[in-house]
Design a protein around this ligand. Structure first.
Ligand code: ATP
Ligand code: MG
Ligand code: MG
Ligand code: MG
Length: 579
């Protein structure tokens, strides 16, 4: 690209209403223009960076097996009535009527539209699993749009939705997305952290957010530097904490959830059910699902074990007895084998077991599931139990008044606090939308079942602001190379005066372009100071200055955006130097 053909419009000062660094720099560098509150136009230079983020996201989603679609921005309000969110979503949902007086919304997210597609097109377990995603413009009428593209009203999101014939398969895809998001944010070049999260208005159970660490972040993150514990502090506020403590404080045997205050639990009559296999059959849980166990220890004694997602023919009472006799210390359960032995289960059927001083559990699943748990009456069980809400779990703790140095809930060290910008969010929706909207399929046995669903969002446009919050200095933006609008700029000194400079600059431009470097040649015939200030503000990671003096020695001046000064580099070696 030649700068004279491009559109470069930098500003000396940021508009006075710009609050944070990334917003000021994006406006000054001419990447975006404000059209209305929370509504921006993407200028060529900004759009180029945005597309780079989008392409990384798209490549990794495709690699992970998701399939791209594009859904409409405008959605019929009936779909939102059907899911029940028309009333719950609140004023962030922009509603309007068409000329026929029909109600519509502009999509803030697309669970309803995709579930409507799935219920019409997916009939059989043979068509599952499927993961559809899109990169699409969303609208949320944010009460306080601010920080430029970081909290816009109109913004670009990657949103994916997966459909499954079993919960196990949803968990598999959830882990797949966790790994995919980790790859995406690593490739982009962000310093980020995955944290346990609340599920907000989207609903469902298991959830993680991916946060870019930055002081200007709107979320408080508590994390343990010595382990992988990390949680959004707002998570605790979303939970009825009293119920979390309600269970642990009562030393109750397995099969007992007496004292659980949660109204979300559903008590079900399970007459004559004596074994796990019978319970699984009664609840219509596919037999392929695994045995999982949670053991909660209180004051050095195991207080409660909770059984869920069951398989096998173990006597429920037998497990209860084994639990009470065999389990005295949490250390007994340091391994999957130990926990499996205590429950008479096949070790292979248990996932990785983590434990802390207080809680021992199969963390990978326990934190994400709607569990089946026993009741304190014969012939009754509860469904819909939830780690953290109905019993304690290491992923969820009361963090409301947390200060740095408090013990980490996983018992592995002390907590540190930081601010984060939420750039990604993954959820296990379970059957919430499928049940509300009738998205069912026929399983192997010809029985109708609701589809298990997951959803996965990335704030594509927000990432640009977040990346700049992490990478800037007093001169401007410092782009991570993977998402820089251009990787390298060639600044010729004396473009109109020196044939040698012009020829050398053009030759280098051609050579680098052919080598696959995304390069821009500044042929605007500006003074060096003007050129340098522009490119430093725009944040191009590599700069090469070509002038008559260096050319005599066959060299050019190279300066990386973070370098304090320039280095003379032989022109022939430049291509290798910038990679
Ligand atoms: P926040 O907590 O910041 O309001 P959210 O939890 O409401 O975000 P989600 O519903 O999880 O957002 O949407 C998925 C992703 O979309 C978020 O992780 C975030 O990166 C991005 N996003 C959400 N709201 C905005 C916004 N107003 N402007 C830009 N990006 C946004
Ligand atoms: Mg929000
Ligand atoms: Mg959020
Ligand atoms: Mg979120």
């Amino acid at each position: 690209m030649r700068a004279s053909h491009y559109f470069i419009s930098t500003l000396k000062e940021a508009p006075s209403d710009a609050e944070v660094t990334s917003q000021k720099l994006m406006l000054r560098a001419g990447l975006i223009k404000k059209t209305a509150a929370g509504i921006y136009s993407w200028m060529p230079m900004g759009l180029k960076a945005l597309r780079k983020v989008e392409n990384i996201v798209r490549e990794e989603m495709n690699r992970a097996g998701a399939i791209e679609v594009l859904m409409p921005a405008v959605q019929p309000a009936e779909l939102w009535e059907e899911s029940g969110r028309a009333t719950h979503y609140g004023p962030e949902l922009l509603r309007f009527k068409d000329r026929h007086d029909r109600d519509f919304v502009i999509g803030p997210t697309h669970e309803e539209v995709i579930t409507d597609i799935a219920r019409r097109d997916i009939r059989s377990y043979k068509q599952l699993p499927k993961h559809f995603y899109q990169v699409q413009t969303k609208f949320r009428d944010e009460i306080r749009p601010r920080f430029g593209v970081m909290r816009g009203r109109e913004f670009l999101m990657k949103d994916g939705y997966s459909f499954h014939s079993s919960f196990d398969d949803l968990v598999r895809e959830y882990h797949n997305m966790y790994a995919t998001y980790t790859r995406i944010f690593t490739r982009i070049g962000l310093e980020f952290r995955a944290v346990a999260a609340d599920t907000g208005s989207i609903g469902g159970t298991g959830s993680h957010e991916f946060h870019v660490i930055a002081d200007t972040g709107e979320d408080d993150i508590a994390y343990c530097p010595d382990s992988d514990y990390a949680a959004n502090v707002e998570l605790a506020e979303a939970l009825p904490i009293s119920t979390v403590h309600g269970v642990a404080s009562e030393a109750l045997p397995i099969s007992t959830v007496h004292g659980v205050a949660s109204e979300a639990l559903t008590k079900i009559h399970t007459p004559g059910v004596k074994t796990i296999a019978e319970l699984a059959a009664f609840l219509n849980i596919p037999e392929t699902q695994t045995v999982k166990a949670i053991v909660v220890e209180s004051d050095g004694e195991v207080a409660q074990a909770v059984l869920m997602l069951l398989r096998g023919d173990h006597e429920l009472n037998e497990i209860k007895a084994q639990n009470l006799e065999g389990i005295k210390s949490p250390l007994t359960f340091a391994t999957p084998e130990a926990i499996a032995a205590a429950f008479g289960a096949n070790p292979g059927s248990l996932g990785p077991v983590g434990f802390t001083g207080r809680v021992i559990m199969d963390r990978s699943v326990a934190a994400m599931s709607d569990f089946v748990i026993g009741a304190n009456e014969d012939d009754y069980h509860y469904t819909g139990a939830n780690t953290g809400r109905d019993f304690p779990g290491p992923e969820i703790a009361d963090l409301r008044n947390v200060v740095a140095g408090d013990p980490s809930p996983d018992g592995k060290g002390t907590l540190a606090l930081c601010r984060g910008i939420e750039v990604g969010h993954i959820f296990q929706l379970r059957t919430k939308y499928a049940e509300a909207m009738g998205a069912r399929f026929l399983d192997e046995n010809g029985r109708e079942q609701a589809m298990e669903m997951g959803c996965y969002g990335i704030g594509v446009s927000r990432i640009l602001g977040a990346a700049i919050e992490q990478n800037n200095d007093e001169r401007g933006i410092i782009w991570p190379t993977a998402i820089a609008p251009f990787q390298l700029v060639i600044c010729p000194v004396g473009w109109s005066k020196s044939d040698a400079v012009r020829e050398a600059a053009q030759a280098l431009y051609t050579e680098l372009s052919e080598a696959g470097v995304d390069v821009i040649l500044d042929d605007r015939n500006e003074r060096p100071g003007v050129m340098f200030a522009d490119w430093e503000l725009i944040g191009v990671p590599h700069r090469v200055v070509i002038g008559d003096r260096g050319l005599k020695e066959g060299s050019a001046e190279y300066q990386g955006r973070r370098d304090a000064s320039a280095t003379a580099v032989p022109i022939a070696e430049l291509a290798a130097f910038v990679h």
